[in-house]
Write a protein that binds this ligand. Structure first.
Ligand code: AMP
Ligand code: MG
Length: 510
């Protein structure tokens, strides 16, 4: 339990009930700079996630304590932690950017197998031109989206809390500072590998690959056969996890916005939430990041960009894999893994899991024929959604409800080209004919969220938070933690975005 006292004296070690270690620290000085976070004046809680506290086995009372508030704002060292900023490099917008690193993040250490990192905690040797800080709005967005993605079943880093301060931070205008405490098994990025490879530091490169392999991909050690290089097996597994992650993004309509190689997790987790967006209308070419003038990270380019980034990782690992043909074979599996994952996820959205061998279903369809028909159905509806600029989330939810109630009018109303929709619906119902409607509707309602973190929902919570009202952050968190449930008091949050939503400009500025 947290101590009941008020504020601890500065630099007094905070003793939580967590047991810490830091295996990353043991990699040695080539990988990081040991460094304490910088203090934030008079911090206050902006948002907390009891679910993540539970994950860390942190007694919930800590999340209301002034002691932890100070510690997670960088004002108080935590007993047992070994804070550090790690060094990495990367490709940004397709160009080699050289050394980057944790310019505003401090890794405190690991507890219960999870790394705990403070983002926005001040200058580090890797801050370059930056100020080491993060603003309130982007911190709230990262906090909420991490938890929203987790609830949607998408691999992601998590977020324990956001603390804020009235300390000023200059962006396009003056804003205030905040710190997000984020949590993941590891925050190692493709860029960590690129860093040591580009500098020809092969011993560090090997050390890093061994570290990642031993901790997260132990099977790779047993790689056998003609492609039996353990580092190639590692690449293969990262290819697979990345493909699955991006398939989830495409299925749910999530646009990451800055898929630079330094923002790509070696564990296939969604990390570094910046100018992300959940699609409102289905526009395949949607660019959510206003700094992305050329649309490199447009929604429909994400799979190809992930593949491109994996090439950069493969290039970095080549000194260890040695055989270029072997590395290429691993890379070439991306498209098939992405495609099968995406088709499977879209099959779930349509309630046609019958076509998946991996999921038992009361009435399986014949595989080959069913798969082709399902693919045509998916292509067909995406084409119609794009043509009529239909809201992506609302379409899937209304389709689920149509299967539950038998009333197709609300979903049909979303389309301008009704005859085209009717024709599509006919083929959909034909393909669903042998499936129990109740089971199908049930599956669809658990697959197609009613609530996603649309830009305007985040924006409303941010505007209130800027006025000192954090209740919107808490209520949005609660909604996004159970996105498939009905929340009768929050019907409006499941509705069409208001007109002003399309004016929200989200850029790299954070
Ligand atoms: P991002 O685009 O947020 O992934 O950041 C790219 C690089 O810039 C990373 O090395 C970040 O740590 C660094 N960076 C971003 N914003 C800041 C900032 N305000 N201060 C210091 N470094 C930053
Ligand atoms: Mg980043």
């Amino acid at each position: 339990m947290p101590p009941m006292n008020a504020r601890p004296t500065p630099l007094e070690l905070v003793k939580t009930d967590l047991v810490w270690d830091n295996s990353f620290y043991q990699l040695g000085k080539a990988f990081f700079t040991p460094l304490a976070p910088q203090p934030l004046s008079d911090p206050y809680w902006v948002g907390t996630s009891p679910a993540v506290a539970h994950l860390l086995r942190l007694d919930r009372g800590w999340l209301e304590s002034d002691v932890l508030l100070q510690a997670l704002s960088g004002n108080q060292p935590i007993s047992g932690t070994q804070p550090l900023a790690s060094v990495y490099s990367g490709h940004q917008f397709g160009q080699w950017a050289g050394q980057l690193g944790d310019g505003r993040a401090i890794l405190l250490g690991q507890t219960n197998g999870l790394e705990v990192q403070l983002k926005g905690s001040g200058l580090t040797p890797y801050s370059r031109m930056g100020d080491g800080r993060a603003v309130l709005r982007s911190s709230i967005r990262e906090f909420l989206c991490s938890e929203a993605m987790h609830a949607l079943g998408i691999p992601t880093s998590r977020a324990l809390c956001v603390t804020g301060s009235n300390d000023e931070v200059a962006r396009e205008s003056l804003e205030t500072a905040a710190v997000v405490t984020r949590v993941a098994p590891s925050f190692i990025r493709f860029g960590h590998f690129e860093h040591f490879s580009a500098r020809n530091q092969l011993s560090e490169l090997t050390q890093l690959a061994d570290y990642v392999m031993d901790r997260f991909y132990p099977d790779c050690r047993h790689a056998v056969g003609p492609d039996g290089n353990a580092y190639c097996a590692l690449l293969q597994q990262v290819v697979a996890r990345t493909a699955v992650m991006v398939a989830h993004w495409q299925a749910v309509g999530f646009c990451h916005g800055v898929m630079n190689t330094d923002n790509m997790s070696i564990l296939g987790l969604t990390i570094d939430y910046g100018p992300f967006q959940f699609l409102d209308v289905y526009d395949p070419g949607h660019i959510c990041n206003h700094s992305d003038r050329l649309g490199r990270y447009a929604f429909d380019r994400q799979p190809d960009i992930a593949h491109w980034n994996l090439f950069a990782l493969a290039q970095a690992l080549l000194p260890l894999i040695k055989d270029q043909a072997q590395a290429l074979r691993a890379l070439n599996t991306f498209k098939a893994i992405f495609d099968s994952s995406y088709q499977r996820l879209m099959g779930h959205k349509l309630g046609l899991t019958a076509l998946d061998a991996d999921i038992p279903h009361p009435c399986p369809l014949p595989a080959g024929e069913g798969v082709t028909a399902r693919r045509a159905l998916i292509d067909g509806i995406l084409k119609l959604l794009a043509q009529d600029r239909v809201d992506y989330t609302i379409f899937w939810r209304r389709l689920s409800q149509a299967q539950a109630s038998g009333n197709t009018e609300p979903v049909r109303d979303l389309f301008l080209d009704r005859p085209a929709f009717d024709a599509w619906m006919l083929s959909y119902q034909e393909l669903s004919a042998h499936i129990d409607k109740g089971l199908q509707a049930n599956l669809m309602l658990k697959t197609n969220p009613k609530y996603v973190l649309r830009n305007h929902l985040g924006e409303n919570a941010i505007r209130a938070a800027k006025r000192g009202d954090y209740s919107g952050v808490a209520s949005l968190l609660a909604l996004l933690e159970t996105p498939f449930d009905e929340h009768p008091d929050h019907e409006a949050d499941a509705g069409f975005p208001p007109d002003w939503a399309s004016q929200i400009e989200i850029s790299c500025s954070s």
